[in-house]
Unconditional design. Structure first.
Length: 475
C-alpha cells in the first residue's frame, strides 16, 4: 500500500491511471464520491485538499456553511476494480476551508480522534478491530411504497420458498434450495454461490484487504460472510467500506443484488456484524491475562464499560428500525447484556479458539452491518475506555444455557433495546462518555438522534404495515 503522496502518484503512473475518485462518508454511513482527471492530482492536493459543495450531504452542514474540503489520505489509495477507465480511489477526510479544522461531523475524523484520544490517555497506543459483517445475495428484489400501497418481494435461487416453482426451459428447478437455518457450510450444489463469493474474496485481496475466509451463512437465500484480518480502528473502518463496495459491485456484475440490511427475511437469521476488539501498547496485547477466559483486569473493565453503556451504544451500532427485527429472542440473537466465553446469546463473548495471548480479545455481538463503521468502532472503543478509567467490573459471566434459565433468573439479565426509538432515548440520556477528548461532539450526537428519529423511526411508525392489512382489514 502507498504511504506518501509521492507513492500515490508513482502508483498512478505505473498503473496507467487516468481518473481519480475521491471518497468520503456522510454521517449516516454511505460512501460519497466525485472524480477528476489524473492531472488534477498533485502532491499539493494531499495538503491543500479540493473544495466541494457539502450542502446536500446527509447530516452535514447547513446551506450557509456548505463549502468544504476533501483532503485525501495517501495510505488509503487503491485501484478501482470496477470502472471502465483505470481509476485510483482515495479515501478522504473533511476540513473547514477557512479554519482548516477537521470537520466534527465527518465520521472518519471522529474515528481518527478516537484513536488519538486512546493514545492520549496512556491506556494503550493501539485499538485493533475485527468485524464479521454478514450479508445476503439475492437474485431480484421488488420494493414499492406510497400513499395507497407498500410492500416488497425477494427472489433467490437458494430460497426455500422457490422449491415449489415450476421448471422452465431456461431455468429448471433442481430442488437444491436451502431450508431455513440450514445454510451453514453445505457444499455445492446446495451452496450455489461459491463462485461469486470467491470472486468477491479475490477482488478484496487485489485491493489490499487480507481475507481470512469466506463461507455461506446460516440463513436460506444466499446469506454469506467474508472475514478479513483485523486492523487499527480507522483503517478497519476504511476496509469495511471497501468490503461493502466490492460485495455490492460484484453482485451487480452478476445481475444480483447484495444487501447489508440486518433482517430482510422473516423467520430466518438476520445479518449481524460481530465486532472483535483489543487494546495494545508497545506491541503487547493488554487484554491477555490470568483472569476469566484468560483475560486481564483491563479487558474485564473494558467489557464493564460496554455493558454499562450498551443500550446507548446500540443507538449507533444498530442504527435502523430493521436492526431490531434481528435483536429479538431466538436466532442466536445477542440480546442479553452479559458476557461469556461460550454463550452466543450474550452480547459480549470471549473467543476461545486460541490460548495465544496475542489472540485475546472480546467480541461485541450486537452490532449489525447497517451501521456507520467509523462511528460504531469509535463508540465501542470509547465505552471500553470509560470502563477502564472507572474500573467498571462486568459482574459474573453468563455461562449457563440462556434457554434453560428459570424465568425468575432470566428476568434479572438486562436486555438490548427493543426498538430504534428506545435505543435513541438511551443514547440521549447516556452519551457523556462519547464526548471525552471531543471525539464526538454534542452537536454530532444531537444531529444523529434528530435525523434517526425524524427521517427513519417516525417515517416507519407513521405508515401502515402490510401485515396490518392481513391482521385487521376484515375487522
Amino acid at each position: 500500500m502507498p504511504k506518501t503522496a509521492k507513492d500515490v502518484l508513482e502508483l498512478a503512473k505505473a498503473k496507467g491511471v487516468n481518473t481519480v475518485d475521491f471518497r468520503f462518508m456522510d454521517l449516516i454511513g454511505t460512501w460519497q464520491h466525485f472524480s477528476t482527471p489524473l492531472h488534477e492530482l498533485s502532491e499539493e492536493v494531499f495538503k491543500d485538499g479540493l473544495g466541494f459543495d457539502a450542502s446536500s450531504i446527509r447530516g452535514w452542514a447547513q446551506i450557509h456553511e456548505s463549502d468544504m474540503l476533501v483532503v485525501p489520505d495517501p495510505e488509503t489509495a487503491f485501484i478501482d476494480p470496477f470502472f471502465k477507465d483505470t481509476t485510483l480511489n482515495i479515501i478522504c477526510n473533511i476540513q473547514d476551508p477557512i479554519t482548516r479544522a477537521d470537520y466534527p461531523k465527518d465520521p472518519r475524523n471522529i474515528a481518527i480522534k478516537a484513536e488519538k484520544y486512546l493514545a492520549s490517555t496512556g491506556i494503550a497506543d493501539t485499538c485493533f478491530v475485527g468485524p464479521e459483517a454478514e450479508f445476503f445475495i439475492f437474485d431480484n428484489v421488488r420494493i414499492y411504497g406510497g400513499v395507497n400501497g407498500a410492500g416488497y418481494e425477494i427472489e433467490s435461487e437458494e430460497g426455500h420458498w422457490t422449491s415449489k416453482n415450476i421448471s422452465t426451459d431456461s431455468k429448471p428447478n433442481l430442488g437444491h434450495q436451502i431450508k431455513p437455518k440450514e445454510g451453514y457450510f453445505p457444499v455445492p450444489p446446495t451452496d450455489q454461490q461459491q463462485d461469486i463469493r470467491n470472486e468477491m474474496m479475490l477482488i478484496m485481496e487485489q485491493c489490499g484487504i487480507e481475507v481470512e475466509r469466506q463461507h455461506h451463512e446460516v440463513a436460506t437465500a444466499g446469506q454469506a460472510e467474508i472475514d478479513f484480518k483485523f486492523d487499527k480502528l480507522t483503517r478497519c473502518a476504511d476496509m469495511l467500506m471497501m468490503y461493502k463496495y466490492i460485495i455490492k459491485n460484484v453482485a451487480h456484475r452478476h445481475n444480483k443484488v447484495a444487501t447489508f440490511m440486518p433482517k430482510p427475511l422473516f423467520g430466518d437469521n438476520g445479518s449481524g456484524m460481530h465486532t472483535h476488539m483489543s487494546f495494545w501498547k508497545g506491541g503487547k496485547n493488554l487484554f491477555a491475562g490470568s483472569g476469566y477466559a484468560g483475560l486481564s483486569d483491563m479487558a474485564l473493565h473494558a467489557m464493564g464499560g460496554i455493558l454499562k453503556h450498551a443500550r446507548a451504544l446500540i443507538g449507533i451500532t444498530n442504527p435502523t428500525t430493521n436492526s431490531y427485527k434481528r435483536l429479538t429472542p431466538g436466532y442466536e440473537a445477542p440480546i442479553n447484556l452479559a458476557y461469556s466465553a461460550r454463550n452466543r446469546s450474550a452480547c459480549l463473548r470471549i473467543p476461545m479458539f486460541s490460548q495465544n495471548p496475542k489472540a485475546k480479545r472480546f467480541e461485541f455481538r450486537c452490532p449489525d452491518p447497517s451501521c456507520n463503521p467509523y462511528l460504531a468502532f469509535a463508540a465501542i472503543m470509547m465505552a471500553a475506555v470509560d470502563g477502564i478509567q472507572n474500573k467498571i467490573h462486568p459482574g459474573n459471566p453468563l455461562d449457563k444455557d440462556i434457554y434453560d434459565l428459570p424465568p425468575e433468573e432470566l428476568a434479572k439479565v438486562p436486555n438490548t433495546p427493543g426498538s430504534l426509538d428506545e435505543s435513541l432515548n438511551a443514547l440521549e440520556e447516556d452519551h457523556e462518555f462519547l464526548l471525552k477528548g471531543e471525539v464526538f461532539t454534542a452537536e454530532v450526537i444531537e444531529t444523529w438522534i434528530d435525523y434517526k428519529r425524524k427521517k427513519e423511526a417516525d417515517q416507519v411508525r407513521l405508515r401502515p404495515h402490510p401485515h396490518e392489512f392481513y391482521l385487521y382489514f376484515d375487522m
